[in-house]
Write a protein that binds this ligand. Structure first.
Ligand code: FE2
Length: 453
């Protein structure tokens, strides 16, 4: 055992803003810690090291305990021969490191960081700062995402955030994205009632997801519609792009004009809650929908997509990971013949649950509202509206990994209280009043179709 004394003041590593904006190799567990409102202490230090046959135990000044295998430490070496600091990629060839490698010596530097000299014939030296070790402590690296799974009566009010804050403050962007992941949706309030806002907001996060509809698209009652969203009919709750292997993670819907008292209310249901209820009420249906893929399709004159995917996707621990469901885009079932009746029963049960008034939220988007939701968790729909109403929405998609990336960058950035901005949002260079929407310009016509609500 090696006993060490805690230093009274933490030496903050020198980290440049440019590094914080770059891909951070070891920031994910820190982000989760940030999300759970566990403030990172600048004063937590290593107080004790204990060698074991295969790894190192660390005791911290707050009595937190960590354990790192030697091979993990050797693999995580960030010295110039093991890691390219500018490219931020590993150089170390794992084949060159014996899994049974042990240290020759373990010690702390005067800054309190861990220094290891390896028994590899070359006396290779690795240094790990305390922040890195704490971030990767076994006890703090397994925290789940902070989901709030809701039914109709679980939300006292819909999660909202003002557009004026999102567009101006990094803290508001982080708050927005944290709420999006927690509740599955957020309404950004009082945005300008002009085109391009949904794409502008998506670009505050990262790159909008390009689809065959372009970077953004519109939803309105249209003659000769290519899909049901371009009618005034009711849309039952669904996820978008069920027929795509990689469904868009986040959807934006910016209301430029509502149907007012003529219908067109938005409907949301938390798919995680639906799956939870289904698992409790009908475990056989849950097992079928999470085991046997359903064939999905999307077809127009130009496109013909098909994909087979389960309605409920589970992770390796059996937790619900994502939902995929749109009754309007389902092909005839083609699973094992003996399971066909039970599959239909399961699909009917699922369909009943997603329209259950105990589970759904129904509200009217106001002009200037931007609904942002997790398309892999929530199912969305709309009530029918009078075909004479000029209901108009504009939207775009964003992949979930872009949300996770921006949260990581912002959480790291803001936790260090740098004064300079991390991100300069795109500005709308050609603001347009809402009126051109109803007398489309050529550029507007080029992206005017969608499959949302
Ligand atoms: Fe949709």
């Amino acid at each position: 055992m090696i006993t060490l004394f805690a230093r009274t003041k933490y030496s903050t590593p020198s980290i440049s803003p440019s590094f914080l904006q770059s891909r951070s190799f070891f920031s994910f567990s820190f982000l989760r810690s940030f999300d759970r409102h566990e403030p990172y202490s600048k004063f937590i230090k290593i107080t004790n090291l204990t060698k074991t046959d295969e790894g190192l135990k660390i005791l911290w000044t707050d009595n937190h305990k960590s354990y790192f295998h030697y091979i993990w430490l050797r693999d995580s070496c960030m010295c110039p021969s093991c890691y390219h600091s500018e490219a931020e990629e590993k150089l170390l060839d794992l084949v060159s490191v014996p899994v049974s490698l042990k240290p020759l010596s373990l010690s702390l530097t005067k800054e309190g960081n861990l220094e290891v000299v390896w028994n590899d014939g070359n006396n290779h030296k690795s240094t790990f700062d305390t922040e890195f070790l704490r971030k990767h402590s076994t006890a703090s690296s397994v925290l789940p995402e902070d989901y709030f799974i809701w039914g109709r009566h679980d939300l006292k009010r819909l999660p909202e955030i003002p557009y004026s804050e999102v567009i101006n403050k990094d803290e508001a962007v982080l708050d927005w994205l944290n709420k999006l992941m927690k509740f599955g949706f957020v309404i950004i309030k009082d945005a300008p009632k002009q085109q391009g806002i949904s794409k502008q907001l998506a670009k505050l996060v990262n790159f909008p997801r390009q689809t065959f509809w372009g970077e953004d698209w519109s939803v309105k009652n249209t003659p000769n519609p290519e899909n049901l969203s371009l009618t005034s009919l009711e849309l039952k709750c669904h996820t978008d792009f069920v027929w795509s292997e990689y469904t868009p993670g986040v959807q934006f819907l910016h209301c430029l004009k509502s149907a007012g008292n003529m219908g067109g209310e938005s409907v949301l249901v938390d798919g995680f809650k639906v799956a939870q209820v289904l698992r409790e009420q009908d475990p056989n249906a849950f097992n079928l929908l999470s085991t046997y893929p359903v064939p999905w399709y999307f077809r127009t004159k130009k496109f013909d997509y098909t994909f087979r995917g389960c309605v409920i996707e589970l992770d390796k621990n059996g937790n619900v990971k994502s939902l995929r469901y749109n009754q309007a885009n389902r092909l005839p079932l083609d699973g094992p013949t003996q399971l066909i009746p039970d599959m239909y029963r399961a699909l009917r049960k699922f369909a009943e649950l997603i329209r259950s008034t105990n589970l759904t939220q129904t509200f009217l988007l106001q002009p200037g509202d931007v609904l942002v939701f997790n398309n892999r968790r929530l199912l969305h729909g709309r009530t029918a509206f009078d075909s004479r109403a000029e209901r108009y929405l504009e939207g775009c998609y964003l992949d979930l990994e872009e949300v996770m990336c921006r949260r990581t960058i912002l959480a790291n950035y803001l936790s260090r209280n740098f004064s300079e901005p991390t991100f300069t949002p795109d500005t709308i260079t050609t603001p347009m009043d809402v009126s051109p929407i109803y007398t489309p310009t050529p550029s507007f016509e080029s992206n005017a179709t969608s499959s949302t609500q």
